[in-house]
Design a protein around this ligand. Sequence first.
Ligand SMILES: Cc1cc2nc3c(=O)[nH]c(=O)nc-3n(C[C@H](O)[C@H](O)[C@H](O)COP(=O)(O)OP(=O)(O)OC[C@H]3O[C@@H](n4cnc5c(N)ncnc54)[C@H](O)[C@@H]3O)c2cc1C
Length: 404
Amino acid sequence: MSDFSMELNDDQRTLQEWVHGFAQNVIRPAAHEWDEREETPWPIIEEAAKIGIYSLDFFANAMTDTTGLSIMLALEELAWGDAGICMALMGTTLGVAAIMANGTPAQQMEWIPQCFGTPDDIKIAAFGVSEPDAGSDVSSLRTRARYDEATDEWVLNGTKTWISNGGIANVHVIVASVDPELASRGQASFVVPDGTKGIRMGQKFKKMGIRASHTAEVILEDCRIPGACLLGGKDKLDERLARAREGKRSSSQAAMATFEASRPAVGAQALGIARAAYEYALDYAKERHQFGRAIIENQAIAFTLADMKTRVDASRLLVWRAAWMAAQRKPFTNGEGSMSKLFAGETAVHVTEEAIQIMGGYGYIREHPVERWHRDSKIYTIFEGTSEIQRLIISRAISGVHIR
Ligand SMILES: Cc1cc2nc3c(=O)[nH]c(=O)nc-3n(C[C@H](O)[C@H](O)[C@H](O)COP(=O)(O)OP(=O)(O)OC[C@H]3O[C@@H](n4cnc5c(N)ncnc54)[C@H](O)[C@@H]3O)c2cc1C
């Protein structure tokens, strides 16, 4: 007997239809406007909060799905609506994921609700790792965290860059170096609460795509936070640093595994964009006539669509597999999390470009959404680990060789 099934259960289908409805009726009609405005779409976040899509409960419920698929289904639909707005809704979850991964149960209880707020008083969060000189190489962070024993405070100094919701978030989770000599093993994560002095937004970036998602520098200047804001607590950090100084292996592999586990969620967003572009191009190819016939009747167009659909479905299978493995706590022995993000990200870029080609001049102008989808898709080969970094992780995992 086998219990293998590719069918979604009733709860998952209901969730998928509900989020799709929001994506179709609220997100899509607003997508062009917020892409042009390049601002956080507060009215859309408010609507999402009102119906419960932007809420702690929504994420807590989705996380209890032992198949791991619920959150992937929701993300695919939201990004199908618009990736920029999806990121505006999801930027908070980067901070939440960091608190979940590193915080004590008490810290999780305290901070995660503050990341979402309530429908009447919406809050957002941000996660700051990247710096001007430390992107892919996160071991070389320059932001420093110094402990002031006299006041039981941590003092943060440094500049973070490319931070989603950076400087406008209510809760910032900042990764900083406590002991630079230990590289990534000397780093820790800190919560910077709302209203803290010494943290401010630097430059806000104008971007190619996902323009409804705010991206900015975060500047920390003698930013003092209570000792209790060190995620995981000081005893655990001291223990970890001591082990690292003795040259013993620490749980850095576990941290890596947590990072890997978030990658299918990024892949699911890329998948949503790719599916949107494929569907749009398919409809267009049936309607557009040249030389007295629908352009889809030409094999060149039909085969392109066949390849697009194949890649979209293959992306979904990789995303679902990795999500299921993560939910089942199965180790990604072959870099399966990275595979899902790598393939779905590159598929989104490829499929959106093919959609433009199928639509010819109409694909290139802003009256149709495919040019926006192509601009949006490109970030999925860059953030949360570039395609090259994903290949590095997969190749190291499959070979056991320290590929450089
Ligand atoms: C819109 C946007 C939102 C973002 N949001 C956040 C956020 O919320 N929080 C956050 O902390 N960061 C965020 N980032 C930062 C993002 O994660 C980094 O841009 C990304 O990790 C790449 O770093 P980098 O830009 O410095 O590129 P670099 O690391 O300088 O890479 C440049 C090129 O070199 C390649 N490369 C580097 N090292 C190797 C290697 N060893 N082998 C092969 N190739 C290599 C890369 O793949 C890339 O092609 C965001 C970025 C953007 C653009």
